[in-house]
Design a protein around this ligand. Sequence first.
Ligand SMILES: [Zn+2]
Length: 429
Amino acid sequence: MHCTPIENWIMSKTGIKSRSREELKSYQLYKIKQTICYAKKHSVFYKKYLKGIAENEINSFENFENIPFTLPQHVEHNSIDFLCVPQKYISRIVTLRTSGTSGSEKRIYFTDNDLKLTVDFFYSGMKSVVDEDDKVLILMPGNTYGSIGHLLKAALDVLEVKCFIGDVIKDYADTAEFIKDKAISCIIGIPIQILKLSRIYPEIFGDNIKNILLSADYVPEVLIKEITDKFDCRVFTHYGMTEMGYGGGVECENLNGYHLREGDLYFEIIDPVSKKALKPGKQGEVVFTTLTREGMPLIRYATGDIASFKKENCKCGTFLQTMDRVTGREDNIIRFNGNKFIHMKDLDEVILSFEKVMDYKISIYEDKTTIGINTLTVEDFYRLRNIVADAVQTIIPDKIMVYYLKKNIEIKNSMLKRKIYDCRKKVLK
Ligand SMILES: [Zn+2]
């Protein structure tokens, strides 16, 4: 097994000489101080928010952990106040719709240098996934400058790997045809869409696809297991979000958690209640700080994603830290009376284990739960609707009756993360 290519890349980028975490950590602390200084000087938000913080006093990570978190709500209300360069230097603005009901939006700004750093990360990360004989199809947005697909293609061009941009899947038959036609061997896409594609057109996975990279949302384990067991192909997962500069970490050939982009980002895992940093092995919220961002640095940004650092080193032999696969988001845990809760990953494991189910939508009300399923055929729908509802009933607390929606629903996927729809008037926190 080869050591993750991310390791060499980080060493050359940071200039650290030995394969040691201490040296990498001291580089990160130095960059954290620099970022605080830069953000306080140039961003209207951080000038106010970190007013009492003297970057010279940040001499340890313990000190740094006293700095307040930057929350998504801060960015929603003040995106422009985070800018550290004049707008004329911004070459890509991403507008993110938020899951809240206020309808507010977050804008994330990137300079050309910021985008180049992402291409650099994708270039290194993709070395584990593909080689020069592969033909890659990116099933994510990529037709505009600086979009995720565009940056991935830029990285693959440098690697001299043939690559096509296909956007988020709208027509599964067309996508399958394209894969056959062009003899695509690697696809990069949204987890639930790739599962659906593999369930409708298993033959293209058996014949064509050898490597899959999943991104943009957390990846249900049932999905990885099914595709790996059924077909002779490797399933890599990538962790990232727009705020991170799209890329955050990617799995090596060992396929067992992400190696993080530690030269550009500093990651913490925080206890959701005490807000204190957690030790490896303990699950909490992922928090990151940008170390090299020019347009819009973020300091201790709380992502809402749930994960843990691995206790043990990766079998590939790297000294880099490994983060276990993200298991969902804080806002995808629905709480009920009596400290009971349900997590989207539990629903995924139950509902997606039915191979004729392509996708589902679940809504929780005070007195009932409704579930809409999208099945391969109408016959599958009539055969499965009660069985799926019964299976969900076993994991819904509070004896809230589960009803199925009466017809096979169409579910459109996008780059937005999947969620449980909590329609209760009073939401328990
Ligand atoms: Zn590894």
